[in-house]
Design a protein around this ligand. Sequence first.
Ligand SMILES: [Zn+2]
Ligand SMILES: [Zn+2]
Length: 254
Amino acid sequence: MLLNAYKFILDIFFPIECVGCGAEGSWLCKKCFNKLQYRQQQYCLHCKKENTFGRFCSDCGKNYALNGAWIACNYHNKIIVQLIKNFKYHFALDISIILGDFVSLFFKDLSIKSKEHSTFKTIKLRHEDKPLKILANLSNALLIPVPLHNKRKKWRGFNQAEKIAEIISNNFNIQINSKQLLRIKHKKPQVQLKEQQRKKNIQNCFKWDGNKLNNQNVILIDDIVTTGATLNECASVLKQAGAQQVWGLVIAKG
Ligand SMILES: [Zn+2]
Ligand SMILES: [Zn+2]
């Protein structure tokens, strides 16, 4: 109720405009949506070297529970960044559909690329460019949004990662579980911290509160990745719970 009243007042004083061209009526018009570009190349989260599928290099991956990350766009993408901000702070749930569809386009392209690479039988591919098994078998995959602490979720009304995950789940028919990975501690915001501090800050913040994951692959959904410390901590908890591979799928690199 309160949220609706708040939205109603917002709409009167600040009519919804396309963040791309200013046209009234939607957060992003069709024309501007069609102009959005997603990343064609991924990279190793540790050393930042580019590759096709966001795997860690063999050496870099040794200290990570996470298998890699798929990042839909850069933080330089002003339109997407503005949408993420609006989504978070103006309670604009409609934006989740736009962001979810954008990530879906990117994810579809990634799946197609992986399929193409699996036909390159004669060419020797680098470790980082090998096709992704997880994408070839999405029926064994589980989407899990990176959780917010309950207090924060209550304050905001929803978890933006969860909304994105629901859209991807619908678009690709992948199972979703947004109830059993819990954030049990809420620590300082990561933004102000350096990489090493981030790792420490996020330790023991998550807990798996469900049945054993029977070698299922997990795709973690979040809006922004910075060093990958949060994704990695979730991955470590999920692997202890029996997950096979754990990948991150995020809208943008912070
Ligand atoms: Zn527009
Ligand atoms: Zn690397």
